[in-house]
Design a protein around this ligand. Sequence first.
Ligand SMILES: [Zn+2]
Length: 275
Amino acid sequence: MPELPEVEAWRRALNDPVSAFPIEQAGPAHIATLKTFDPPLSALEGRRFAGAERRAKRLLFPTEDGELVLLVHLMSAGRIRYLLAGEKSPKTAAFRLRFQGGGELVLTEGGPKKRAGVWLLTPEAAEAELDHLGPEALGLGEQRLGEILASEPRRLHSLLRDQRIISGIGRAWANEILHTAKLSPFAPAQGLSPEQVSQLAAAIDSELERGLELRERGAKDAQVYRVHKKLHEPCHVCGTPIEHVDFEEHTIFYCPECQTGGRLLKDRRLSRLLR
Ligand SMILES: [Zn+2]
């Protein structure tokens, strides 16, 4: 699942090319991918994008005239690319948009499930669509984070992934951030000391920035993640093998030495069944 660093790296790469030429043809789009029908995609034709923006894990392409916004949510398997004129284009795409000059914006989605979405909206409708999202994770700061944590009786891993509370972090970066902050994924948000809140705020910024920098250089998952999906590999800080635990339909990765005082976390789903 692309999270803030991945989507922001794409945004930066797309910003210039998508605004270089007016749109010649918008679509076709897969029936499951296009989520709106009014205004029709053809309303984009002849207009130019002002650039690429990002909110949480979504990409936004507002038109220069301020009348329309193309919103893209890639979900877990969607990928978006700008192809230069003459560059080989995939045969099947979930969504395709061609610019004057021959460049193409192409959204593809691996696997049979079509979950990625494209919306063409007015700026007001786009704002309403994004209204439920919490503040951006990057640059949130210690004070704001402290207020959020104090008001949420939740476990840290679950809270960090909740887009209504803080936006841009998913399960991979929640694993990386909590490891850097030396906090247990199961720690109750309301039980953190001021020092731990400060550590967490710093870890959110440093990890998302580290991810963004690596993604901009084209780094793959294996080079970017140090804890996520690194089961039984040595922790990069202390050398203890990384462990995992299932929680809320997710697999959490953590270092027992750095994060949980040497304790192994129990599968909460299983222990609930056995209680
Ligand atoms: Zn460790």
